[in-house]
Design a protein around this ligand. Structure first.
Ligand SMILES: Cc1ncc(COP(=O)(O)O)c(C=O)c1O
Length: 395
């Protein structure tokens, strides 16, 4: 995916997948940091950005981090995930949450997604806990590995929430922590509640392709003051006495800078506008494709308000006449950038070697899915070009 700047020098007619939208107070706020010398990891903009994100999500606390991956790493540590623990994770997602689990020296257990909304399957979570685990002395143990299962990490992929209620219920029953990977879904709601305010903690990303960007950045949100304090402590090198440089634990240099936070504040001012743009783009694509044989537009559950962060459709070769990768190639030739979804993590050599398995829904979605240009600033003319190209390519 493209990030800031990469679209420079590209021919006019190239339509990128998803690029940032920077047209608010970013310049003014960043200049203020430079003018006042508040450029590093403390400053008024860091505090303000945290307040703005917490205010939007509805949590009592927010802790800004250097990126979404570091936010996930710290949230796992704060949740009490220890070396050799297991964490249940969506199989169809970007690799970052699985990496974060390994940074904590724990192990991801990949859970398939459900076919309707492409999110972590609550039933598969329940099946795993009830059939593959023992529950003794308040702890869940994987019967196969003997390891403790400590947490569940649902990932709200593509801007759409996971069906959280059954996951939260089973987590309560088995005493498990729930850390939402909400990096792709700032602003989405589940049954009227904001994504990020559903589990014990949640993490956001402000990477270049996200709905809001700080260039790179992340955030941990929670209602729990002790967890928030611990997250702040761990992300700032675990300073026990900052004057004497006394440290009782190994910490991390994971804080967001004031410059990045300044950009984040300006971006937050536009969040509702950007979400509205994403929803408009999705509605236009849905109208165009919903009656085309072989194309399945991105779903939205009746209980969800998706932000349609990365508009994605499914391509069924037998009815459309081309598979998703052939369509990708075809659109590439027309200077329209598209992308498949991620290799399911249970197949990734980085993570899966130890647990060969088939997770059929993730694999099917990976074969069929294609993400279409959906930048907040996508023009009507460019979207019409994308739609026409896809309709004309149908055989
Ligand atoms: C699902 C998911 N989790 C985690 C991340 C990591 O965020 P970051 O790139 O800010 O480290 C991303 C995106 O980049 C993501 O899409």
């Amino acid at each position: 995916m493209l990030i800031d700047g990469t679209q420079e020098n590209m021919p006019q007619q190239f339509i990128p997948l998803c690029v940032p939208e920077i047209r608010g107070n970013e310049w003014e706020y960043v200049k203020e940091c430079l003018d006042t010398n508040w450029v590093s990891s403390v400053g008024a903009y860091v505090d303000r950005f945290e307040e703005m994100v917490a205010g939007h999500v509805g949590t009592n606390h927010a802790i800004a981090t250097s990126n979404g991956t570091s936010a996930l790493h710290i949230a796992l540590l704060v949740a009490g995930v220890e070396p050799d623990d297991e964490v249940l994770l969506t199989s169809l997602t970007f690799i970052a949450p699985a990496n974060a689990i390994r940074y904590a020296n724990a192990w991801p257990i990949f859970i398939d997604v459900e076919p309707e909304h492409w999110q972590m399957s609550p039933q598969k979570v329940i099946d795993f806990l009830e059939q593959a685990c023992d529950f003794q002395n308040g702890e869940v143990r994987n019967k196969h590995t003997g390891r403790r299962v400590k947490a569940i990490m649902p990932v709200h992929i593509l801007g759409h929430p996971v069906d959280m209620d059954p996951i939260l219920a089973v987590a309560r029953r088995y005493n498990l922590m729930v850390i939402e990977d909400a990096t792709e879904s700032l602003g989405a709601s589940y049954k009227g509640r904001k994504v990020g305010h559903l589990g014990h903690m949640a993490c956001f990303s402000f990477n270049g392709n996200k709905i809001l960007t700080t260039g790179g950045g992340g955030m941990i949100v929670t209602d729990n003051a002790a967890w928030a304090d611990r997250a702040k402590y761990l992300t700032t090198q675990a300073k026990d006495n900052p004057v004497e440089y006394i440290h009782h634990e190994i910490g991390y240099n994971y804080r967001l800078t004031n410059i990045q936070a300044a950009m984040g504040c300006a971006q937050m001012e536009k969040l509702e506008e950007y979400i509205a743009a994403k929803r408009r783009i999705a509605a236009t694509y849905n109208d165009a494709f919903s009656n085309v044989a072989g194309l399945t537009p991105m779903p939205q559950a009746s209980w969800a308000e998706s932000i349609f962060w990365m508009y994605t459709l499914l391509v069924d070769e037998s009815e459309y006449g081309m598979d998703s990768r052939q369509l990708l190639q075809h659109l590439q030739e027309l200077k329209i950038q598209t992308r498949p979804l991620w290799e399911p993590l249970h197949l990734s050599r980085a993570h899966a070697a130890k647990q060969p398995q088939t997770l059929a829904v993730s694999e099917q979605l990976n074969r069929q899915a294609l993400s279409l240009p959906c930048s907040v600033g996508l023009t009507e003319a460019d979207q019409a070009r994308v739609i026409a190209a896809i309709l004309q390519a149908k055989q």
